[in-house]
Design a binder for this molecule. Structure first.
Ligand code: FES
Length: 160
C-alpha cells in the first residue's frame, strides 16, 4: 500500500516535529489509515529525528495501534467461554463466510477486519459483538450479518 507522504508530513507539521508529539501523531495517522504502515513510521522517525526502533517501540506498546493493514470497519466477536457456549463461534463462521476471510484478516477491499477476543467483560449479555467500538449484546449470526449489511448500505448511500 502506497502511503501519501504529504498527508503524513502535514500531520507531523500540525503536531510539531518533536518527540513529545509522537503518540498523538501516531494516533492521527492510525485514524487516517486504520493502521501504521512502515513507510509512515519511517517518515515520522526521520522528521522527528529519533531512531526508527523508538517509533516502533511506541507503536507496538499500545494495543490501539496496528502494524498490519486494517479495514475501515472492525468487527470483534467474543469467543470467551460464556459467549462461546451461547453461539459466538457460529457468529464468527457466518461472518467468515459472508466476508470470505478468516478471523484476524481484512477483506481485500480494506473494508472489514474480523477479529475474535476472549472476553470483553460483559459475559451476561453474551454473545457479544463489537462493531466499530459499539457493543452489541445477545447477538446471533443473523443480527450480526444484518448490522454489517446495513453498514455497507449506509456507506454506499453516503458516497452517492
Ligand atoms: S465471554 Fe464474552 S464477554 Fe465474557
Amino acid at each position: 500500500m502506497q502511503v501519501d507522504t504529504r498527508e503524513i508530513n502535514s500531520i507531523i507539521q500540525k503536531h510539531g516535529a518533536k518527540r513529545q508529539a509522537l503518540v498523538p501523531l501516531l494516533q492521527e495517522i492510525q485514524s487516517l489509515l486504520n493502521w501504521l504502515p512502515e513507510q509512515a513510521l519511517e517518515t515520522v522517525a526521520e522528521k522527528l529525528q529519533i531512531p526508527l526502533r523508538d517509533v516502533y517501540g511506541v507503536a507496538t506498546f499500545y494495543r490501539s495501534f496496528s502494524l498490519v493493514p486494517r479495514g475501515k470497519h472492525t468487527i470483534t466477536v467474543c469467543v470467551g467461554t460464556a459467549c462461546h457456549v451461547r453461539g459466538g463461534p457460529r457468529i464468527v463462521d457466518a461472518l467468515s463466510q459472508e466476508l470470505n476471510i478468516k478471523p484476524n484478516e481484512t477483506t481485500p477491499d480494506m473494508y472489514f477486519t474480523l477479529e475474535t477476543v476472549n472476553c470483553l467483560g460483559c459475559c451476561a449479555i453474551g454473545p457479544v459483538v463489537v462493531v466499530d467500538g459499539e457493543y452489541h449484546g445477545e447477538m446471533t449470526a443473523q443480527k450480526t450479518l444484518s448490522i454489517i449489511r446495513n453498514i455497507k448500505k449506509g456507506d454506499k448511500n453516503d458516497s452517492t
